[in-house]
Design a protein around this ligand. Structure first.
Ligand code: C6P
Length: 419
């Protein structure tokens, strides 16, 4: 039967030219344990296109110098390239000011920066910090430790069985002397896309600032920090096709200016005397020591690479992969899904009934299929779900339906061997 016009149109829009795209990712073209690699661990880290790899070697082959220090030609070129990359990041998330972009090591460092400086300045005994039950440890432990130090309370928005936030008590929670709401945009375990716009609006009505953990959203959703109106937003470059060891903290100028410095040393100062020091302006106040120039430039190239494909096209295609994989996995008996929210990104967490997640992962690995197993750095969530961990397959725009077929056959093999 001929397909209706709108279906053809939809599938045309969503179809990614993976044959051409995959050529850009050298790591994908290898065998693992004698089988072609099927890389489905993109939530942990994404693979890097040749353009990103080339940007790093190009930097070291041409302008390697310490940025914002030497006034010689190469030093100036490195500084200009770094600041141009900062502008690219600014535009990518639509920040109002270039100096609202702080380069960090990654999401974890960005959240620690805010937690420690915010607590020092604004958190007192009896105050509260509000997080959710689906947070990664990186958005739990920094706040928990600050709450301990300041004798403040850590409050938690619960999670429903389908992996969505339980917002039935949100007004009540926000009324409990909350000084900051720190919440993930997308869960790395459940794939749930949280209604952060609603939460930000509710928090702001009570003058509560909001930090968004965008580690899992920045490569899959269009992020517009001005539209969201979030006060802080942290992400890691390595989850968006760029290298490890570099990340971004966005903060509204008015908030960043109110916070004390995070670390002390070179570049973050204006004047140093043995008795006293004064501190630099944004963004340098929070960028202590020699910056990761090659990482920053490679991040710029990764952003340009994603923009060339189109963030909306990426989201559509990954959603198509998620729908396909979910349908195929549902056809296998004894699969328990974790995270079935209506608003979901391309993360598929599951268990096979009465089988340990790591056993499934080990068999898949033998078949050349890379998935992550375990608690995914979300132990409190695992406790709520009453499980030790999950098998997690997560997709990127270079994955194909054929790879999902291989993965599904792998799960069937694992089930046969383990049940
Ligand atoms: N999640 C995962 O396999 P870093 O390590 O700083 O780049 O990112 C930490 C982090 C923070 N928040 C969320 C929602 C995350 O998913 C992660 C990293 C990886 O799920 C590695 S544990």
């Amino acid at each position: 039967m001929p397909r209706p016009y709108n279906v053809i149109f939809f599938s045309y829009l969503c179809t990614m030219n993976t044959t051409s795209i995959r050529k850009d990712f050298p790591v994908l073209h290898q065998s693992v344990n004698g089988r072609p690699l099927v890389y489905l661990d993109n939530t942990a880290t994404t693979q890097k296109p040749q353009a990103v790899i080339d940007r790093i070697s190009d930097y070291y082959e041409t302008i390697n110098s310490n940025a914002h220090r030497g006034t010689h030609t190469l030093g100036r070129m490195a500084t200009e390239a770094l600041e141009s990359a900062r502008t690219t990041v600014q535009k990518f998330i639509n920040a109002k000011e270039q100096h609202e972009i702080i380069f960090t090591k990654g999401t974890t460092e960005g959240i620690n920066l805010v937690a420690q400086t915010f607590a020092q300045q604004f958190l007192n005994e009896g105050d509260s910090v509000l997080i959710s039950a689906m947070e990664h440890h990186a958005n739990i432990v920094p706040w928990q430790q600050m709450c301990k130090q300041k004798k403040a309370n850590l409050l938690v928005i619960p999670v429903l069985e389908n992996g969505e936030l339980d917002l039935s008590e949100i007004d009540n929670l926000l009324s409990q002397n909350v000084k900051i709401l720190a919440i993930t945009h997308i869960s790395n375990v459940l794939g749930t896309i949280n209604p952060i716009e609603v939460l930000i609006e509710k928090a702001h009505k009570k003058n509560i600032p909001v930090l968004i953990d965008a580690a899992q959203s920045v490569a899959h959703e269009v992020i517009d920090v001005q539209k969201l109106d979030c006060d802080f937003l942290a992400f890691s470059a390595h989850k968006m096709y760029a290298p490890m060891g570099i990340g971004v903290l966005y903060g509204k100028s008015e908030w960043l200016n109110k916070l004390p410095p995070y670390q002390f040393g070179g570049e973050m100062i204006l004047e140093v005397r043995f008795e006293e020091s004064t501190f630099n302006e944004l963004p340098f106040k929070f960028e202590t020591g020699t910056p990761n120039v090659d990482g920053i430039l490679a991040l710029e190239t990764a952003i340009q690479y994603m923009q060339k494909i189109g963030l909306k096209e990426i989201a559509k295609y990954e959603n198509e992969l998620l729908t396909y994989a979910t349908e195929k996995l549902s056809e296998i008996d004894d699969i328990i899904f974790h995270g079935t929210s209506k608003q979901k990104t391309a993360v598929l967490s599951f268990n096979i009934k009465n089988v340990h997640n790591s056993d499934v992962g080990a068999i898949l690995d033998q078949l050349g299929i890379a998935v992550r197993t375990g608690n995914h750095c979300a132990q409190p969530l695992m406790e709520i779900l009453g499980i030790p961990g999950t098998v997690r397959a997560s997709f990127a725009f270079y994955n194909t339906k054929e790879e999902i077929d291989v993965f599904i056959e792998g799960v069937k093999t694992a089930k046969k061997m383990l049940m």
